[in-house]
Design a protein around this ligand. Sequence first.
Ligand code: DUC
Ligand code: ZN
Ligand code: ZN
Length: 478
Amino acid sequence: MTTTLITGGTVVSATGRTQADVLIDGEKIVALVSPGSAALGADLSATADTVIDATGKYVIPGGIDAHTHFELPFGGTEASDTFESGTRAAAWGGTTTVIDFAVQTAGTRVQDGLATWHQKAAGNCAIDYGFHQIVGGVDEDSLKAMEGFVSEGITSYKMFMAYPGVFLSDDGQILRAMQKAADLGLLTMMHAENGPAIDVLAEQLVAQGKTDPYYHGIARAWQMEEEATHRAIMLANLTGAPLYVVHVSAKQAVEQLAWARDKGQNVFGETCPQYLYLSLEDQLGATGDPTWGNFEGAKWVCSTPLRSRAEGHQDHMWQALRTNDLQMVSTDHCPFCMKGQKDLGVGDFRKIPNGIGTVEHRMDLMYQGVVTGELSLERWVELTSTTPARMFGMYGQKGVIAPGADGDVVVYNPNGRTSISVDTHHMNMDHSAWEGYQIDGHVDTVISRGKVIIDGNQYLGAKGDGRFIKRGLSQYLI
Ligand code: DUC
Ligand code: ZN
Ligand code: ZN
């Protein structure tokens, strides 16, 4: 077994920061000791196989991105990152665990969907991974299958109030699944947008000749997100099922979550970097790229959509992260290339595959919240690693630097700089949704279960390093 000692850094957790050296033995963290101390009866820096100097840097638990879609068949094509390329890109950005979504649709079996996702991921991942289960067809068979989720290590599942004919569950189906989830202790994740009404609005816009990507954002109005969020909350209230609303982008949806939480309901929400930084006006309406002209906004077509900055949604998301009205930041990483994928929707925004790729940049983008004073260092770690671990039943093994935890550690350099560009990123995309972003900070070293997989500008990991994580029940519910 090899030992790794990280010396001289500031170890940051969700609850504080301390000067300490971190010792990893094999795959596990075994000790935090006073800087330079000869604890454990030996001069650690003389005996460790690898010594990493983290002087002047932050030592944080590896990032956990609880919302990715690798190889997702969607919108007539397939998300362009494989488990191999996507998890490697995640590693470059300081994320050491992802939770992807296994898919079941109406007329297919949940067990088959899960088996397919295991096949896609097994032996291909650079970092550890878990699965949520999409239940896109609620029927007797899938409701029965939910009884096996916990023993499979799948303790959360997702339903959609959007995408009629693809993933949508109606209110009766949602009610049935939530009743089951409440019995089993499963966390219900919800895509909360009123899909049937959105589809009517979209059809009307296209009939008026409003076919550019910008109108994707108009059709998916915030009222559609607020309404669905409220409906999900009330169905969860009635059934006693805990609820986690994914990719929240409208301030009115946050207000619904805050209202339910204030009443004591077990309701949680995540947002994503795109809803903090990007907007309807600046991105969906963009025309600056001469190759794409009026279609440039397709780069940022995702659902829920980017919202109007003039309406104040982005500021409200930052505020909600500070006040804990929202508890986590994931990416909803769902990349598509412009050529051959997004361009399916030239002339009709409804045909643009929905999704943005951010898995590589989440830790950096959220660190900018620390730089600008929106977040404390501790809150940064909490939002990107510790809460995801607790929310999705991995805490102790992941999400913390403490003896017994997996050796998933990032050395983050606050004095480094990171330029984001399609020319340098590692995601399988022909553009970057974050082109030109300059980050104050840099992921210097990434350690995954004790193995250094990123060392400066070198990737030292390998396909197959990552293992499936069987997750326990959410620690927010017990
Ligand atoms: N939203 C996206 O943007 N892509 C994948 C699925 C989703 O809900
Ligand atoms: Zn969704
Ligand atoms: Zn998603």
